[in-house]
Ligand binder design. Structure first.
Ligand SMILES: *[C@@H]1O[C@H](CO)[C@@H](O)[C@H](O)[C@H]1NC(C)=O
Ligand SMILES: *[C@@H]1O[C@H](CO)[C@@H](O)[C@H](O)[C@H]1NC(C)=O
Length: 320
């Protein structure tokens, strides 16, 4: 298979170009395939001893899926670095700066972003995030009041940094905290099952699986109103509460294409194979009901992907 998720993501990171609040930008990273592939090593999650504070150096391009203390030391000018942080779906992340020795006045910066940014696309999309975009960037150097501790709104966050002088460094601690009402989530793994619940809130939530997957939606309900007369609900958009299955190759859910919509008339279990790099279950909630959707998913193997590619004329995920 020539187009695996990792290659795609590798490409996205190569093209990483991000505007921060004050329009400083991250240029292309010069990273090797091996370096990027190593970010997704499943061993990552097992690297933490339970009760000791885990410590390791932070790399200029890094993926952190464990709690611990991470130190970056510049051995040469590092102008475009990014670290992706990730936790379980029901967790949020805090990033705390323990010691920072950078030259804010000389153009160095460390910015925490509430979500992930890749190739200019953001997760969660601006539509679905509770904060306005500018508030999702927290620059360590900004405004005299140095921000020591930043929390994410969902299970992913990231760090951008630029350091001009060799020897400059910083140390931060990453912690995970329980999120009683997870809304937007990027799945840590290519298989699993999940139940998304929106408890009578007027908001939209997305569960994003950044792999081509088989997905089964087993249940969708609108609280005790699930037997609401269908005639009063002509279409999904009009009903105010619905579930969308979206697919595409970027991470911004507002730019993905709809695969199917489910609303009041849930036709029963849905079973689909989706060859997209990103598959998203998005729930739109009016706040009138407790909405809930349950699904399970697993990674498609290369043979299945080949089949989808050969069989479907209209499959937009392979028609780029
Ligand atoms: C949720 O999404 C729908 C359709 O995508 C949109 O019309 C609505 O304004 C969104 N609601 C909130 C609270 O963002
Ligand atoms: C989805 O449902 C089908 C048919 O019931 C089953 O064979 C398959 O294992 C399920 N896949 C997942 C990922 O749950």
């Amino acid at each position: 298979m020539e187009r695996t998720f990792r290659e795609q993501l590798f490409f996205l990171v190569l093209c990483l170009s991000v505007l921060t609040g004050d329009s400083r930008y991250i240029e292309n990273n010069e990273i090797s395939n091996d370096e990027w592939y190593s970010l997704f090593n499943p061993e990552l999650r097992r690297e933490t001893p339970e009760d000791l504070m885990y410590r390791r150096p932070l790399r200029c391009l890094d993926m952190v899926a464990v709690e611990g203390q991470f130190t970056f030391t510049a051995e040469r000018p590092q102008l475009s670095c990014a670290a992706f942080f990730m936790a379980e779906p029901s967790e949020v992340i805090t990033v705390e700066f323990d010691r920072v020795d950078i030259d804010c006045g000389g153009g160095d910066f460390i910015t925490v972003f509430d979500g992930w940014v890749m190739k200019g696309e953001k997760f969660p999309s601006s539509q679905d995030h509770p904060l306005p975009l500018f508030e999702r960037y927290v620059d360590y150097c900004d405004s005299g009041t140095l921000r020591r501790r930043v929390s994410s709104s969902q299970n992913v966050a990231m760090l951008f940094f630029r350091i001009h002088s060799a020897g400059s460094s910083f140390t931060l601690t990453v912690r995970k905290h329980i999120n009683p009402f997870p809304c937007n989530v990027i799945s840590q793994s290519p298989e699993g099952s999940y139940t998304m619940v929106i408890p009578q809130q007027h908001r939209n939530c997305s569960f994003s699986i950044i792999y081509p997957v088989e997905i089964n939606i087993s249940e969708f309900s609108l609280g005790h109103y699930s037997n609401f007369p269908k005639r009063s609900m002509p279409g999904c958009t009009e009903s105010g509460d619905f579930v969308q299955l979206l697919g595409g190759s970027g991470i911004d859910t507002s730019k993905l294409l709809p695969i199917t919509d489910l609303c009041i008339s849930f036709p029963g279990p849905i079973h689909m194979k989706i060859g997209c790099d990103n598959t998203v279950v998005r729930m739109v909630s009016s706040g009138r009901f407790v909405t809930r959707v349950s699904f399970s998913y697993r990674l498609l193997d290369s043979q299945e992907l080949q089949m989808i590619r050969l069989n479907s004329v209209e499959d937009f995920c392979f028609n780029n």
